[in-house]
Design a binder for this molecule. Structure first.
Ligand SMILES: [Zn+2]
Length: 424
């Protein structure tokens, strides 16, 4: 049994009405002529909605939704040390499970089909991801000065998580190795992390050059910038997903480019924390792959990819005084296909053979009328509440605005309960 979508619009294809046929987890046909259903196919009349490849949130910490709105107006280091880490130290695996489900409910409602998450109590994050039906590149955030000061244990945790979850949930879940950053992990920890990633064929997901202070600290400790240090340690020999890359010099960009590093640009988080703006146009001009991430909800405060891609193109254009710095099409690509490559996911370009990770967006709102062209409507006018239906690997996660895999009422009441516990 498959799914036959009728009367959908496609980005870049004007007002033409299309049929899309889905078999198992893939798209089997796309045509402006009626496609024939097979016996038992579910036929869905999309009524002229826009069908797009679902969004990929390439850097987040899902359970941090619990910290949404906590200390909104302080700088990064103070925010982490005085506000975030004290709460996180008290989180139980159960807390992390419910918070992950809350985050995923928001993500799916906004059309996100895949996330790259870095956190702890990773088994419970993975359990929530498996139940929700989204795709994810999961990792345990390792923090250790050296292998003898906790690094051994952190690495063993990562090894166990990789053995348990890599390829789980029918291939929807992948695992990355995540030394948290160059300022929170020592040299031998980075060396061991790289070896583990190499041995198991895994990616490394980390934070790079987020703040000016971080770069100064790493330079004082290692004699180089974070990209220079990682290059010297040979980390770029494995595929790397690097969040932020805000304070990077032209020679850092050369290293990232040569190393094939994918950047997860987080414009809202970097702006909220006053960290600065990544040089996205310069990165893309050098052929560096740039995906988009929300970062954790505590520094955003949303997990809303439409809002994120809008922030990306506005902040690429305004400060540079260059309206060509980032096009609507590029911003949408960063939020979708670029993210898929960065996470190692199969392509989903709405063509036969590609993954059936499809989001339907209503174009009927007063704020999207007239919707002349799909891509520019998403970038300039749509909002996450326009998302009505979400399909991942051929499975419905949301139909007509209703989540099918997450019990939102239950999740909100559980999170409400644990919030009372953490504030008492
Ligand atoms: Zn982060």
């Amino acid at each position: 049994m498959g799914i036959l979508l009728r009367d959908v619009r496609l980005p870049e294809r004007g007002a033409t009405s299309f049929w899309v046929r889905i078999r198992a987890d893939r798209i089997d046909g796309v045509s402006s002529e009626p496609l024939a259903p097979d016996a038992g196919d579910e036929i869905v009349d999309a009524g002229g909605k826009l069908a797009i490849s679902g969004f990929v949130n390439a850097h987040t910490h899902l359970p941090m939704v619990l910290l949404r709105g906590l200390a909104d107006d302080v700088p990064l280091e103070e925010w982490l040390e005085r506000h975030v880490w004290p709460v996180e130290r008290k989180l139980s695996p159960e807390d992390v499970y419910w918070c992950t489900l809350l985050a995923l409910a928001e993500a799916v409602r906004g059309g996100t089909v895949a996330v790259a998450d870095m956190y702890f109590h990773t088994d419970r994050v993975a359990q929530a991801v498996e139940e929700s039906g989204v795709r994810a590149l999961l990792s345990y955030g390792m923090i250790a000065r050296s292998m003898s000061e906790g690094g051994e244990k952190e690495l063993r945790t990562t090894e166990r998580i990789a053995a348990t979850w890599q390829g789980a949930a029918g291939g929807r879940i992948g695992v990355a190795v995540s030394p948290h950053s160059t300022y929170t992990c020592g040299e031998d920890v980075w060396g061991a992390a790289k070896e583990l990633a190499q041995e198991r064929g895994l990616r490394i997901h980390t934070h790079v050059s987020e703040s000016r202070r971080e770069v100064a600290t790493v330079r004082a400790q290692t004699g180089g910038s974070p990209p220079e240090y990682l290059e010297r340690l040979g980390v770029f020999e494995v595929p790397v997903l690097a969040a932020h890359c805000v304070h990077v010099s032209p020679s850092d960009l050369d290293l990232l480019g040569r190393g094939g590093v994918a950047v997860a640009h987080c414009p809202k988080s970097n702006s909220k924390l006053g960290s600065g703006l990544a040089p996205v146009a310069a990165m893309r001009a050098r052929g560096i792959r740039v995906a988009l991430g929300t970062d954790g909800a505590a520094s955003n405060n949303r997990l809303d990819m439409i809002e994120e891609l809008r922030a990306a193109w506005l902040l690429a254009r305004g400060p540079s005084e260059d309206p060509r710095a980032l096009s609507a099409k590029d911003a949408v690509l960063m939020a979708t296909e670029e993210g898929r490559v960065a996470l190692g996911l199969p392509p989903a370009r709405l063509q036969p053979g590609d993954a059936a990770d499809i989001v339907l967006l209503s174009l009927d709102g007063v704020h999207t009328t007239p919707a002349r062209e799909g891509t520019s409507t998403i970038a300039f006018a749509s909002q996450s509440s326009d998302v009505t239906d979400v399909l991942v690997a051929g499975q419905w996660l949301m139909r007509d605005g209703r989540l099918l895999t997450i019990d939102e009422e239950r999740v909100q009441s559980e999170v409400g309960r644990l919030l009372r516990r953490h504030t008492n």
